[in-house]
Write a protein that binds this ligand. Structure first.
Ligand code: XMP
Length: 514
């Protein structure tokens, strides 16, 4: 395995994903994590991430002594390279100007990581290397930087000024693969088979012959976690799926189709539609909607848990990005904008021991595991859907009729996007749409249909591109797709005579309307 030390770059997780794509297991640690914790992984090498810091700043992060003393191969990326240079006695020049964007590097003949010749790379750095440390040679240069890449071939330590982990560096994937596999000698044994085997072994070891409970929501993570646990311990598992009536078109049927055959009667579908409708009647405040939905879920789940014999273990679909401690500026201190409720978001006083089979997996790996376990593509490639469901997209009163209207409009929009090949793609693919949906507004406006005056509600379409859902941009959808969608909604969905497209980014807007 490989240890990646995070010095606060926005792209640290991407480095880890690229290493995993080379089928080498790796973990990401804050740069100042305790040595024992990092070394417990028995890494075959280290990768040092970039950072917004400069090595000359007071209080700047630095390479911990145990890393340099280990004698293991090191690859420093951007700031990581500068820190390596600084630590090993080379010269780093403070930035006079930033180099940002695409650049051409020319690799020299003896570069073991990058074939000789010209390569397009992505640069984003201030400081640069003036003089490589003793024992290091320049392995690539640009017009601006005589040392865009350096290495000490004996000690197997390397630095790159550019970012091999991003899309815009086409040769970057191969560079990282060569470093981890050929230089470090890490075994490329992190394959789907081994991921599934390791996860199922671990589940069996931790739950023994006890009963296990899972709440499936139809989301990717809870579905894949369920499939894994089912593979591991089969008949000890009970899965509870609560239909709160706030699901998208066909969603309940999809979940049942995906799990009924393998789980049989151990899949419990609770029809709680009326229950939720009663509780939500007349409620228009977004936070109150969320509170009611969250509390109701907990009560239903408690009842089902009792019926299933009060299992001690609960499966959660936590994935690696949720658990990595990042060195990037702390977002958790941000003000609470809305209370996010997860289906399965249970209070701490419910006494379960958690089973988290996806805890070390990235989203792409979760999807691949899901496909390997035979889950249908609609489920595995599904876009994120909020726990409170359509309640936060049906602005104003929530009624069965308005929910049906919203479902129909949403289905038209997502089908058009899917037909155009724009939806349900890997998260790091460029131009893919991360999330797209319809919102029903309690705003009536005047229209004309045939010769008749109409006075009906409005549908807003929302489609965004985003890396992490913390910031997002509105998707520049083709006009003809928008036109066709609007036309179909007004013609096919009763009660809607106007369609608008949301062109606000996040911030200042959020992705959902409530
Ligand atoms: P916002 O609207 O905050 O959404 O920009 C960011 C992402 O979070 C999803 N979202 C939720 N997910 N429970 C969830 O599980 C919630 O209450 C919730 N609210 C928003 C939203 O769909 C987007 O992907």
């Amino acid at each position: 395995s490989i240890a990646i030390l995070d010095f606060g770059s926005q792209t640290s997780q991407l480095i880890a994903r690229r290493v995993r794509e080379a089928q080498v297991y790796c973990e990401l640690f804050p740069w100042d994590a305790p040595a024992e914790k990092v070394l417990a992984l028995h890494p075959k090498g280290f990768i040092l991430s970039g950072s917004p810091a400069s090595v000359y700043e007071s209080g700047a992060p630095f390479i911990p002594a145990y890393v340099l003393d280990s004698g293991l191969p090191i690859l420093g990326i951007c700031f990581g390279m500068q820190a390596l240079t600084y630590a090993l006695g080379g010269k780093v020049a403070a930035a006079t100007r930033r180099e940002y964007g695409l650049a051409q590097v020319e690799s020299t003949g003896d570069n073991p990581l990058l074939p000789p010749g010209e390569h397009r790379v992505w640069m984003s750095h201030g400081d640069r290397i003036e003089q490589a440390p003793p024992g290091f040679i320049s392995l690539a240069h640009t017009g601006n930087s005589p040392v865009a890449m350096m290495g000490n071939l004996e000690t197997k330590r390397f630095g790159v000024q550019f970012h091999p982990e991003v899309h815009h560096t086409p040769g970057g994937r191969e560079l990282l693969r060569r470093f981890v596999v050929e230089v470090c000698g890490a075994k490329p044994d992190w394959t789907l088979d081994s991921i599934i085997r390791a996860a199922t072994d671990q589940i069996r070891a931790s739950v023994g012959d006890e009963r296990v409970l899972v709440a499936v929501s139809g989301g990717v993570d809870s579905s894949v976690a369920t499939a894994l646990v089912n593979r591991a311990i089969g008949d000890q598992l009970t899965a509870v799926f609560v239909d709160h009536g706030l699901l998208r078109q066909g969603e309940r049927e999809q979940v049942e189709a995906a799990f009924r055959r393998s789980l049989g009667q151990r899949l419990v579908v609770v029809n709680a539609i009326e229950d939720y409708m009663d509780a939500l009647q007349g409620v228009t405040d977004p936070e109150q909607k969320r509170r009611i939905i969250g509390e109701k879920f907990i009560r239903i789940f408690e009842t089902e848990a009792k019926k299933a014999g009060s299992p001690r273990f609960l499966v959660q679909g936590t994935i690696y990005p949720d658990v990595v401690e990042s060195s990037a500026p702390d977002r958790s201190k941000a003000q609470r904008i809305k209370t996010h409720h997860n289906v399965g978001g249970l209070p701490k006083d419910m006494q379960f021991t958690l089973v988290e089979p996806l805890r070390y997996l990235f989203k792409d790996e979760v999807r691949a595991v899901g496909e390997a376990l035979g889950l249908p593509a609609e489920l595995v490639w599904r876009q994120p859907f909020p726990g409170p469901g359509l309640a936060v997209r049906c602005l104003g009163d929530i009624t069965l009729e308005r929910l049906d209207t919203l479902r129909a409009a949403d289905h038209i929009f997502t089908s058009e996007l899917t037909a155009a090949g724009l939806l349900n793609r890997a998260t790091d693919e460029p131009d893919g749409i991360s999330q797209a949906f319809a919102v029903l507004l309690p705003v009536r406006s005047v229209g004309v249909m045939g010769d008749t005056r109409t006075y009906q509600e409005t549908v807003a379409l929302r489609a965004v591109t985003t890396e992490d859902f913390m910031t997002a941009d509105w998707a520049r959808l083709p006009y003809d797709l928008l036109a066709r969608t609007a036309n179909r909604i007004v013609n096919e969905v009763a009660g809607v005579n106007r369609v608008v497209y949301d062109i606000t980014s996040k911030p200042p807007a959020t992705i959902e309307w409530e």
